[in-house]
Design a protein around this ligand. Sequence first.
Ligand SMILES: *[C@@H]1O[C@H](CO)[C@@H](O)[C@H](O)[C@H]1NC(C)=O
Ligand SMILES: *[C@@H]1O[C@H](CO)[C@@H](O)[C@H](O)[C@H]1NC(C)=O
Ligand SMILES: *[C@@H]1O[C@H](CO)[C@@H](O)[C@H](O)[C@H]1NC(C)=O
Length: 393
Amino acid sequence: MQWLRSSPSLLRALDPSLLPLAGLLHLLLLLALSSARGSSRCKQTISRVARPHSVAITEFGAVGDGLTLNTKAFQNAIFYLNSFADKGGAQLFVPAGRWLTGSFILISHLTLHLDKDAIILGSMNSDEWPIIDPLPSYGRGRELPGGRHRSLVYGRNLTDVVITDSSNDVCIEDCYISTGDDLIAIKSGWDEYGISFSRPSTNIMIHRIVGETTSSSGIAIGSEMSGGVSEVHAENLRFFNSNRAITIKTSPGRGGYVRNIYISDMTLADVNVAIKFIGRYGEHPDEFYDPNALPIIERITIENVIGESIKFAGLLEGIEGDNFRNICLSNLSLSVTSDSPWNCSHVQGYSDSVSPEPCELLKDRIFPKHYSDCYHLTSHLRNLYRRAWLLSQ
Ligand SMILES: *[C@@H]1O[C@H](CO)[C@@H](O)[C@H](O)[C@H]1NC(C)=O
Ligand SMILES: *[C@@H]1O[C@H](CO)[C@@H](O)[C@H](O)[C@H]1NC(C)=O
Ligand SMILES: *[C@@H]1O[C@H](CO)[C@@H](O)[C@H](O)[C@H]1NC(C)=O
């Protein structure tokens, strides 16, 4: 698999009191499970759980020197902690260090607690990533027919830690992430398999993420999104030295939707493309996909963005006959190096206070007429809108 050859995954919780865990490369990440909605901090339901038993990964022979392979130590520690599952659960503490490991399996009632300077490094040796059955929503392996490599931090049927492909109520907070792939990837199934499996990824909160990826995106949605992706709220993001900040990719044949996406308070530096939409990503699991299954991409709001050394502000390419609609950009200030910072096709939307001047297709003002067409704009615009409405009465 291609991503195994990319640079090792690095994940670190910046504040050890905030996050019980962390997690992985390509298919998704880590999660402090929560039912957060609307607030800028997810409820810390899990990290507050007092675990009566705690062990350190070093008690299982792990060495955090960045060179020693610790897969067995993680597996043995978790196997041992499994015996506390019905006694209030247990905590596995990972102290400061660089902990090289292959894939390991989580259990329920486990807090994987990373110390402030604990870094989990994914092994570059593909033998450390066992092959397992494909996801039902994918039908086959993503890069090749057959199975898929197990993710770095893997789990099934877990009750208080969850790592899946189609995920609900996910919260990703306070992480520094640097990979050779997308830092956070949100997906939900692939073409006819994803359509029939029909499980969306929804209610995903992303807060205070810092990261870099020279080849990919800070946050990527798709291209496999056939089960639908909605209610993604990402705030306080900082991406630097990266290829793209935000990417939404899809293709005819995917079906599904990407809807109600809100991205706010993002700072960018040295980024090739700030916002990228790809409508014809291609790549299908087999020849049985339905080319008429067109995805619906709508109500995407991006606001309060500052960027410097950006090459392109937005390369936004929808699908002919299937415009990406109600794309709303508000308060973007990007210093760009390209002469044509925007390139838009088959998109429809609105903008306010965007510099450089957005493409023609997004030039209509949001405020006041199209305010309600845009997903979840902040109080600043909402107040303006209310005031105007009151004045008009
Ligand atoms: C997970 O749960 C499902 C449904 O309850 C069951 O069919 C499946 O075998 C379980 N998988 C594992 C690995 O326990
Ligand atoms: C515009 O965005 C910047 C960067 O996030 C923020 O500091 C500023 O307060 C925003 N302006 C308004 C009027 O919301
Ligand atoms: C702009 O969009 C057109 C049509 O989609 C495409 O052919 C061209 O390569 C794009 N330019 C850039 C710089 O991406």
